[in-house]
Design a protein around this ligand. Sequence first.
Ligand code: PNS
Length: 174
Amino acid sequence: MQGNGRWHATVVTKTAVYPGSFDPLTFGHLDVIERSARLFDRVIVAILTNPQKAALFTVDERIGLIKEVLKPRLPNVEVDVFHGLLVDYANKKKAQVIVRGIRAISDYEYEFQMALMNRRLAPDLETVFMVPAENYSYLSSRLVKEIAELGGSVTGLVPDIVEERLKQRFKRKS
Ligand code: PNS
């Protein structure tokens, strides 16, 4: 409150980081991104570069796919890459929030552990769990890759461009 008795608004931009592997982006991820974009002023989809973890798509390919899907909408969403500790990245980006999607109870233990560990490292950074639409509750990038590799249909699970890229990738391998 100001000295003259009037409230004065302080404009605080709420920035959220949505980290993950996104190998590849699914409709479950997209659902969480859309929900976050409605809640926060700025959302950064942050792809972890992890040389220890073998990925199907390179980081550049993953960025390209996400940007392509988000291009026509969601002007407050950015796509970026990070390595090292997530809390350091969030701090560098001046983010107040980490967003994670929780699909089922089975996700909870790992997410709970990560959220508390991140809080220990950065007490001011809040983790917000988002629940994706129920029809995506069984969806994961791992299963999508497995189905695509074995020739099954991933229609309705990933955006068209991702489905196309998966087909190309596995056609080339077989
Ligand atoms: O999509 P994923 O693989 O479930 O995402 C996991 C991710 C990227 C959120 C997590 O591995 C991570 O934050 N890695 C960065 C390193 C780090 O900060 N580790 C400590 C976590 S408590």
